[in-house]
Ligand binder design. Structure first.
Ligand SMILES: NC(=O)c1ccc[n+]([C@@H]2O[C@H](COP(=O)([O-])OP(=O)(O)OC[C@H]3O[C@@H](n4cnc5c(N)ncnc54)[C@H](OP(=O)(O)O)[C@@H]3O)[C@@H](O)[C@H]2O)c1
Length: 282
């Protein structure tokens, strides 16, 4: 089985690279932004014709959520137009597509865990482009799985956990938003889930939600990081209004994971257990 992975140097892509070594029966082709540039939309078909994958795992994305407010066109190329081309190629070539999307396709106003068919209403430009990517995949008729995830972190790349470690080391006191609720996703757990789906023989197309188990705020997450690492830095809870950002953030991001657990028989680790694993690695 030939598996093409885009965004190989991102958080998810890097974890897939590590875990891919446990599947010697598969031929993984890892590509970065020079080998497979998603902003060069018109070249997508040619690149895929050259590689001819059986499955594409699209781990690449334009993820600069705040900059996207000013760079809509580029974000749209990477998160929507290129994804539409991939889906079209998969449909025409009997290949499968596993695409990763986001809780930002919702408006964040729910107060109960979000099922896959909850009404979409993207909260910001990044969310709009990811939403259009999802819609293009569905319209293409490709044999595709879309996994929506949230609050992704890893030992690789830039993320909340690594920022907290730096700030807790540098400062005596920090402020963290305490009124946005969700559950983090350790990219290694998501990578494991993706590779299990692909190799399980249980491939069932559709949309799925995945994050670690639990329900916390960013403040709770920071406290967890402080407790596990033993930093003495004081963590103060603040409201979203006290920490303005260019792109709007959802108040509530908790994803309902029943469908992915029932379909593939997954046991999903709690956010705390996975955070401990990541911090041990760091
Ligand atoms: N991070 C989160 O909190 C979060 C939350 C919800 C959903 N997601 C979704 O989860 C997936 C994985 O995210 P992640 O956290 O692993 O993201 P990430 O660490 O930002 O990685 C994204 C990757 O995409 C690559 N990329 C960006 N622009 C590209 C382009 N024009 N052409 C080719 N590659 C390009 C980046 O390349 P470089 O390494 O060269 O920059 C990077 O390797 C994405 O679909 C994202 O939308 C993420």
């Amino acid at each position: 089985m030939k598996i093409l992975i885009t965004g190989a140097n991102g958080q998810l892509g890097s974890e897939l690279k590590d875990l891919g070594r446990s599947y010697p029966q598969s031929n993984f082709i890892f590509t970065d932004r020079t080998e497979f540039p998603l902003d060069a939309v018109a070249g997508t078909f040619t690149r895929l014709d050259d590689i001819r994958p059986d499955i594409i795992i699209n781990a690449a994305a334009y993820t600069a959520v705040d900059v996207a407010e000013e760079e809509r066109e580029l974000a749209d190329k990477v998160n929507h137009l290129s994804v539409a081309q991939m889906a079209h190629w998969c449909e025409s070539n009997q290949a499968k597509l596993l695409h990763v999307s986001t809780d930002y396709v919702f408006d964040g106003e729910s107060d109960t865990p979000l099922p896959e068919d909850a009404p979409k209403s993207p909260i910001n430009v990044y969310g709009q482009t990811k939403h259009l990517g999802e819609e293009a995949i569905i319209r293409s008729g490709a044999d595709a799985i879309i996994i929506r995830t949230a609050w992704v972190y890893s030992a690789y790349g830039k993320n909340f956990v690594k920022t907290m470690l730096r700030l807790m080391d540098e400062r005596e006191e920090i402020a963290v938003v305490n009124d946005q609720i969700g559950s983090p996703t350790y990219a290694k757990d998501l990578a494991k889930a993706i590779l299990t789906i692909i190799h399980s023989g249980k491939w069932t197309n559709g949309i799925y939600h995945y994050s670690n188990e639990g329900r916390i705020s960013w403040y709770d997450f920071a406290i967890g990081i402080r407790e596990i690492t033993g930093f003495s830095c004081k963590v103060n809870g603040i409201s979203t209004e006290a920490y303005p950002m260019p792109a709007k953030r959802p108040k509530y991001s908790l994803l309902d994971k029943k469908k992915i657990k029932d379909t593939f028989g997954f046991h999903i680790p709690t956010w705390r257990k996975s955070l401990e694993e990541c911090l041990n690695k760091l």
